[in-house]
Design a protein around this ligand. Sequence first.
Ligand SMILES: O=C[C@H](O)[C@H](O)[C@H](O)COP(=O)(O)O
Length: 269
Amino acid sequence: MTTFNPAEFAPTGLTPVEMAKFASARRASYFVEQGMRLGLGTGSTAFWLVRVLGHMVREQGLQIRAVPTSERTAEQARAEGIDVVTLQDVGWLDLTIDGADEFDPALNLIKGGGGAHLREKIVATASDRMIVISDASKQVDTLGAFPLPVEIVPFGWQATRHLIEESLLGVDVGARKSTLRMNGTQPYTTDEGNLIIDLHLSRIANARQLSLMLNQIAGVVENGLFVDICDTVVIGHPDGSDEVIDLVADSGLTDDSDASDNIFKDIAD
Ligand SMILES: O=C[C@H](O)[C@H](O)[C@H](O)COP(=O)(O)O
């Protein structure tokens, strides 16, 4: 059980939306333990995670080695005094905490609204555990309302886009429109120097099938579907409260000797 207290960090004057994001990040920070190798997500919710962890490092003596999932997060983490390392340095991670654009009842995700899903998926799958931090607006019955990002290499990108569009004809996704993500008048480029095609679908009936299909196309580097990667989502609310959806705990594992028992039982907010 952690001896650190994320609740000590208490910013004031937050908007309801920011409070919800902060509340989820604060709750997830209770899982961070001394000496952990930690994956740090990207986005406006992960921003609060890095703020809380920065406080714990500077004020409470928390020692972690953190692998950020984007240059943005790396810069923020360094500024917070967090020890930033690479995945190559540590090889494997104990825990990754990251935001999401959508999550469904099985805790499958759409990520990449901020363009970071390639590194995020590498980091999350190189972790013992992934926890998603979120506000309630990201909770959906079926994935697909949020545009699905697909990272592709710049070489021959129009042909890759064509093949992606063609492949969608065979799957149950409702609407089928694709756009090249832009940054002003220029194509958006990821931290890896690639492009992003956003798929505007209306539902994703089979996330695993779609993910595998997209990743088979030459030129596709990675898509934003995270299937069977996350087993815990922490939802923050505008009043500062939070709730936890934990597939592991819901599976009925109640034996205290089991490491995957309900890990929330010892947490005191
Ligand atoms: O590429 C960005 C990431 O996948 C983010 O985790 C995701 O877009 C959620 O970001 P936010 O917390 O800003 O909604």
